[in-house]
Design a protein around this ligand. Structure first.
Ligand SMILES: Cc1ncc(COP(=O)(O)O)c(C=O)c1O
Length: 410
């Protein structure tokens, strides 16, 4: 045990640009109630973080190989269940069917709690533990709940999660099984968030809501770091990502900026594409209207519950990344999400979550709009953000499947 080598230098208001000490526990920027982002001493990081040193750290495994660019200072505070280093898999059959033969997916479902949320919670819980936190609270659509319950338990901390009452039964069980307290809210994730914040104020639990503390996004950033490394330090042309609160997309975008400053990649960037469901598409609406901030979406409704997020505190960070990268935002309908969830599996991409299916379902729409998803020299990546261990496919669509066979062995 000893120092991790983190070069965390300060926290910065993502909108206000005000700076703060990184060694105090903080939620939102006190200036404007917008996200705080972690900033590193990248000159210092460049001394030890190189393609060679990264490769030699493979035995340490997972996202903690990127220690210089992560916030945890002491090795003993790292709470790890083996997150990160997920494969980037070529998807030739699915890619061919979608008209982008060099499609690959980053298989985030292989993370310890079945989704990319594990990366964010590993970073946030570890860093909060380092700063003295013993009790956590967060709203979740399901995947973050499972991740917080798992990492909180590993840290020996108390966990409370608030989920919409219609959360998948497997997600409820998962939280309860790992000793978390579960509060079911008759409402949407935004209602859960409001109550979580009030409960945090009363109980002293630390609120680890999406982008309402600075470190979940740091864990998710490692998806972008790995993507660059796995592709030999050449980023793909396009990244298509399902967007709820936006930490996945914002984290990858932040990673690319840091890698360029470190001299590990050039100025080229993938076009970032944010995918939402037609029943909840505040970012798509704001993107199309040329707005920097997104108005809350009324009566949000989609089976892809991870992207059923009516308003995001980091909306401007998502929209800035889409515009700076020359990307776009797409809304897909429920039928295409349900059909793609099954089609992707049948084309060999595994049984992906509805959110991942939404991202894949955006490809035909992008091609219809004449947006090239691939150039002859490079390729596209779509993050499969979770595997579908918690949610069943749409039963109407499932009827097209081969019915199960029952046999009696006695
Ligand atoms: C599987 C899955 N994909 C995507 C998302 C959206 O993630 P973000 O909040 O980073 O936009 C979620 C959020 O719950 C999710 O569970």
């Amino acid at each position: 045990m000893g120092a991790t080598g983190s070069t965390l230098a300060y926290l910065e208001g993502a909108l206000s640009e005000a700076t703060y000490s990184p060694d105090e526990l903080m939620n939102l920027d006190p200036v404007d109630d917008r996200p705080l982002l972690a900033r590193y001493d990248l000159e210092e990081a460049a001394r030890t973080l190189t393609p060679e040193s990264l490769a030699s750290r493979r035995t340490t495994s997972g996202m903690w190989r990127w220690a210089e660019l992560l916030p945890v200072r002491e090795q003993s505070n790292v709470v790890s269940l083996g997150e990160g280093d997920t494969p980037l898999l070529p998807q030739p059959r699915l890619g061919e069917a979608l008209g982008i033969p060099r499609l690959s997916t980053k298989v985030e479902g292989l993370n310890p709690t079945g989704s990319f949320k594990a990366r964010g919670m590993a970073a946030a819980v570890s860093r909060a533990l380092e700063l003295g936190v013993t009790s956590f609270i967060a709203p979740s659509a399901g995947n973050a709940a499972g991740a917080l319950a798992a990492y909180g338990a590993a840290a020996g901390a108390e966990v409370t999660v608030l989920t919409p009452a219609d959360v998948a039964p497997a997600s409820r069980d998962e939280v309860l099984a790992m000793g978390g307290r579960l509060v079911l809210v008759e409402g949407l994730i935004s209602d859960c968030g409001r109550i979580a914040s009030a409960m945090a104020g009363k109980t002293g639990a630390f609120d680890v809501s999406t982008l309402k503390e600075p470190y979940r996004v740091e864990g998710k950033k490692t998806m972008g770091l790995e993507l660059a490394e796995q592709r030999g330090w050449r980023l793909p042309d396009v990244i298509v990502y399902p967007t709820g609160g936006g930490t996945g997309l914002v984290g990858m975008w932040k990673a690319f900026g840091e890698l360029e400053t470190l001299g590990m990649i050039g100025p080229e960037r993938p076009r970032m594409v944010s995918v939402q469901a037609e029943g909840c598409a505040p970012i798509v609406r704001a993107f199309e209207a040329g707005e920097r901030f997104a108005e809350p979406w009324e009566d949000a409704d989609t089976r892809a519950s991870g992207i059923r997020v009516p308003s995001a505190v980091g909306d401007f960070l998502i929209l800035d990344a889409l515009r700076e990268s020359g990307g776009t935002a797409v809304a897909v309908d429920e039928q295409s999400i349900a059909e793609m969830q099954m089609f992707a599996g049948r084309m060999g991409a595994g049984y992906v979550s509805p959110e991942s299916a939404a991202a894949l379902a955006a490809v035909p729409e992008l091609r219809e709009r004449g947006k090239s998803v691939e150039t002859p020299t490079s390729s596209s990546s779509i993050a499969a953000s979770a595997r579908s261990i918690r949610r069943l496919p749409d039963s109407r669509i499932l009827r097209s499947s081969i019915p199960p066979t029952t046999i009696w062995s006695r």
